[in-house]
Design a protein around this ligand. Structure first.
Ligand code: GZL
Length: 322
């Protein structure tokens, strides 16, 4: 009899422990490390908010690091995530090069990597599970095509057009490819020339300072092509301070489609913005869940994006989410 009681006790204890572990396993939170570029623009802030909100809603523990636009800060964050043994790493590389060593460490640690927004120049695609973001070459081409159509509509398609360009962060994917895409279009229109080009590092302040230097040269400027709206809006400040009207004396082209660009277009101070969606949070969380569940994912997912010229700004501004 005693033996039967002892056996029963052991059986019950085993069952309690088993259920306890199962319950614990079922409740174990997914832990994600995200190495963000910084908070350099309205786009980036909207991107961060989207990722944080989506992780909160999904009950995912997000360990978020703001790299302050410095590669060394992002590399340190990535190494910390490896040490912490997070389940998944999310990463938006501030520039394309200089990641080989830390990416190898992530791969050696067996932690799945999601590239968000930007990419690296590392060969092949085996080092990450999936990348989500925009086709920056296409965005540059959309900007160029809009300019060609706008000039034709205004009877200026035969004019000699001088363009100044505010580039994004030197060495970043969007800066390299938005320039490439825009120049693909200019190659077909020899009367459209980039006469001055310099980085404004995607920030409003530097956009304004560099535009001041462009204006000080005293050369004719017909168009500003800015790789993001923040630099376009900063540059418009400099244009106004020089006694000129942004949006009419100088055509203003931006990228991102942030709220500030729509406000400027409604005021007649900007002509077009090419959309680049920062709202990657839901997509990012879906990818994390699929990785943890062992499901397969596409290597690349491009955001679906439009072009918003001044004439539609008033009608759509209230529906914009960022
Ligand atoms: C583009 C993103 C760029 C935005 C800028 O996907 O990487 O970085 O265009 C931001 O506003 O700073």
């Amino acid at each position: 009899m005693k033996q039967k009681c002892a056996l029963l006790l052991v059986l019950v204890s085993v069952l309690v422990v088993a259920f306890g572990c199962a319950a614990f396993a079922a409740e174990k939170k997914i832990v994600v490390g995200f190495a963000q570029i910084g908070a350099e623009s309205d786009w980036r802030v909207a991107n961060t908010n989207s990722i944080i909100k989506a992780c909160e809603e999904a009950g995912i523990e997000l360990r978020f690091v703001d790299g302050q636009q410095k590669q060394e800060n992002q590399i340190k964050a990535l190494r910390d995530f490896i040490t912490q043994g997070v389940d998944v790493i999310g990463f938006a590389p501030v520039v394309e090069s200089g990641w080989d060593e830390v990416i190898e460490e992530i791969n050696d640690a067996g932690i799945p990597l999601i590239l968000s927004d930007r990419t690296t120049d590392i060969e092949g695609t085996d080092y990450y599970v999936t990348w989500m973001g925009s086709n920056f070459i296409e965005e540059g081409e959309k900007a160029g095509n809009w300019l060609v159509e706008y000039l034709a509509k205004n009877g200026r398609d035969k004019d000699q057009i001088n363009i100044v360009e505010l580039q994004g962060t030197v060495g970043s994917g969007p800066a390299i490819d938005r320039k490439k895409g825009f120049e693909n279009i200019l190659a077909k229109h020899p009367n459209l020339k980039i006469t001055q080009s310099q980085t404004g590092d995607f920030t409003r302040d530097l956009g304004r300072t560099v535009m001041e230097s462009f204006l000080k040269k005293g050369e004719k400027i017909d168009v500003l092509y800015a790789h993001n709206d923040d630099m376009a809006l900063g540059a418009s400040q400099a244009i106004k301070e020089a006694g000129l009207k942004p949006g009419s004396d100088i055509i203003i082209i931006g990228v991102d489609a942030v709220k500030g660009a729509f406000e400027a277009m409604v005021a007649g101070e900007m002509n077009v913005t090419v959309e680049c969606s920062p709202l990657l949070g839901p997509q990012f969380v879906e990818a994390v869940k699929k990785i943890v569940a062992g499901e397969s994912l596409p290597k690349i997912t491009y955001s679906i994006e439009g072009v918003y010229p001044q004439e539609v700004a008033k009608d759509v501004i209230d529906s914009r989410q960022y």
